[in-house]
Ligand binder design. Sequence first.
Ligand code: PLP
Length: 367
Amino acid sequence: MTANRPQPRPGVLEIEAYVPGKSSAPGVAKVFKLSSNETPLGPSPHALAAYAATGKHLEDYPDGSASDLRDAIGRAFGLDPARIVCGAGSDDLLNLLARAYLADGDEAIHTTHGFLVYPIATLGTGAKPVVAAEKNYTADVDTILKLVTAKTKIVFLANPNNPTGTYLPFDEIKRLHKALPPHVLFVLDAAYAEYVRRNDYEAGIELVATSDNVVMTRTFSKIHGLAALRLGWMYGPAHVVDAVNRIRGPFNVNSAAIAAGIAAIRDNEHQERAREHNTKWLAWLTEEIGKLGLEVTPSVANFVLIHFTHEKGRTATDANAFLTRRGLVLRQVGAYKLPNALRMTVGSEEANRLVVAALTEFMGKAK
Ligand SMILES: *Cc1c(COP(=O)(O)O)cnc(C)c1O
């Protein structure tokens, strides 16, 4: 049958387009955006200066191989720059990996509350997303392994995961990797790695270095505060790097992102400040919100998942409306199969205190 108009490839129209976190509250003058896991500290001042300087030469194409940036990342982590690829956000790299390794009829596994970019990237290639159930809002290695078939080409795992904030210890990551057939690409998305303070956590560098089928993706959008510039990177085996380099846009990373990224990755003090702020306020929010009788999933990232009750007037939707009226913009996570929860990014001290005060009022426990 001939269609009477162009048809997207199978899978494309099954995609539910990604809906970003809201950034405004109608009628409220002062808004605290706590919906997209952005840092309340902003970028490094050095990154801002480097960004501004690129404005003098907008006529020039960027360095298509982002060599200086890859060198700076390589130095920061002790990695071979030849095994790093930079992208327009890690979203870009996740999509490139899907395009390079998935075809019609293939399968890619992600977990129930996994990052939404995985099913979107998978469906866009004509492959099928396969969903592995979680336990206690945490990825479960055995459940993932049970779903692996000859058709499985990628396992996507965010560690820590967004929007749950939970993580798998490195022993579990290694156990998962060991049991995967060698034809499966294991994509470890470590967007929040810098925030994790657990002795049993590793982002995956060692595993990439010693395997043929593991890739780690990282981002400048979170702790580095450069989400607006769209910058991420991946570290992988030489053959995966080669495949991605063949299909990526020749200038997929812009000059401003390259310059700011180099300055950001060198500014350890700024990263440490952001980490300190997060560690302190993550613990505070978890405790204070917990005291209100709301369940908070234990998080190692820069956000918390707050669960509401089904009681009329006390649901996540009610809480979201209540907070939005006060200019406190959190993230509804129904699209992540968490219709009765809200995700809150760790904000400034002012924002954090305002949310706890507002939730106290919402729960009718005003002191
Ligand atoms: C925020 C986030 C990213 C980063 O995406 P960018 O495209 O680099 O901004 C990647 N993975 C997860 C799980 C995230 O939450």
